[in-house]
Design a protein around this ligand. Structure first.
Ligand SMILES: Nc1nc2c(c(=O)[nH]1)N[C@H]1C(S)=C(S)[C@@H](COP(=O)(O)O)O[C@H]1N2
Ligand SMILES: [Mo]
Length: 302
């Protein structure tokens, strides 16, 4: 795509701003730092050449219904979440099902920085410098069997620490899913950090999915279960309102949600002068992913 480059976020972020951010975050990272950091490959051909939002923007305006439905509930309440130790149960159609400790996973995968556009169905958007690894690396650890066609994901269910789970705002645990070819695509990552910090809890620590060509709700947070299956998995928002939230949820300016026209988006953090922008099909990743949907009706399969 036109605006891909090999820039690292530090190349497009003034050094002073970067230092301030480090000072601001100093001390808060603690033990968990080792989870997100370590050797990280700096530049990716998959990154976009756009200026990322600040860490403050990215970690203070969130959707994470486990902590409440308000945009500032996650930053207020997520600090109580325990994320260490953390493991992921990988099962279903795999050769090596089992409980995979996050620290062991991180020894076997390659962390990279990926600067991605991020687009919520509510029409706001950001640019996020994620740190993470390709989901296909995790699936390789478990050994996907030939019969598998989909991947299902589940978020932690722990109402003692996630007060939103004591309400019925959604059906718990939060669930998402991808077709296997979408899951194996190199743009699809498991993210463990943002900038050079471990994933903020309100953004889905310690491990969350990021699928940049789909609406944000597909990018499920705080994942504890990954299941390979031959049936399209149930997904939380689709279960709630199937006509509003399809399984595919590819960003598409031509398919509007009943409450939100998807023709335009509003970048977060632009301040007073932030202008709405035209929504890009597949959120700008058309060149990379359109072929996954050759021959499919994207209105029916929204
Ligand atoms: N477990 C879980 N994952 C979730 C959500 C949620 O409520 N619970 N919200 C989704 C929605 S609607 C969006 S837009 C993104 C927001 O991610 P961010 O807060 O890191 O920007 O997370 C997605 N993943
Ligand atoms: Mo969203």
């Amino acid at each position: 795509m036109a605006y891909m480059s090999k820039l690292k976020y530090s190349d497009v972020t003034p050094r002073a701003a970067y230092m301030n951010r480090r000072q601001l975050m100093g001390g808060a990272a603690g033990l968990a730092a080792g989870l997100a950091l370590g050797p990280v490959l700096g530049a990716s051909k998959y990154s976009v050449d756009l200026e990322p939002n600040t860490l403050e923007d990215i970690s203070s305006y969130n959707n994470f219904y486990e902590f409440g439905t308000g945009k500032t509930d996650p930053v207020k309440y997520a600090s109580q979440l325990t994320i260490d130790p953390w493991s992921v149960e990988i099962g279903g159609m795999v050769d090596r099902p089992g409980t995979y400790g996050l620290e062991d996973i991180l020894k076997k995968v390659t962390l990279e920085e990926r600067i991605y556009r991020f687009r919520c169905v509510e029409t706001w958007s950001m640019v996020v410098p994620w740190v993470g690894f390709e989901l296909n690396q995790l699936l390789d650890l478990a050994g996907v069997q030939g019969s598998a066609k989909y991947v299902a994901f589940e978020t932690l269910f722990r109402p003692e620490e996630m007060p939103g789970q004591k309400t019925v705002s959604l059906e718990w645990p939060y669930r998402e899913g991808l077709r296997l070819d979408e899951a194996l695509h190199p743009l699809t990552i498991m993210a463990t950090g943002i900038y050079d910090e471990p994933m903020p809890k309100q953004n889905g620590a310690p491990l969350r999915l990021v699928v940049p060509w789909k609406y944000g709700y597909k990018s499920i947070k705080s994942i504890v279960r990954v299941t390979l299956t031959d049936k399209e998995p149930q997904t939380t928002w689709n279960m709630l309102q199937p006509n509003e939230y399809g399984f595919y949820s590819n960003v598409n300016p031509e398919v509007s949600h009943p409450r939100w026209s998807q023709a335009y988006e509003k970048p977060i953090g632009g301040g007073l002068f932030a202008k709405r922008q035209e929504t890009l099909k597949f959120n700008g990743y058309q060149e990379e992913v359109a072929s996954l949907y050759d021959g499919m009706d994207l209105v029916v399969n929204h």
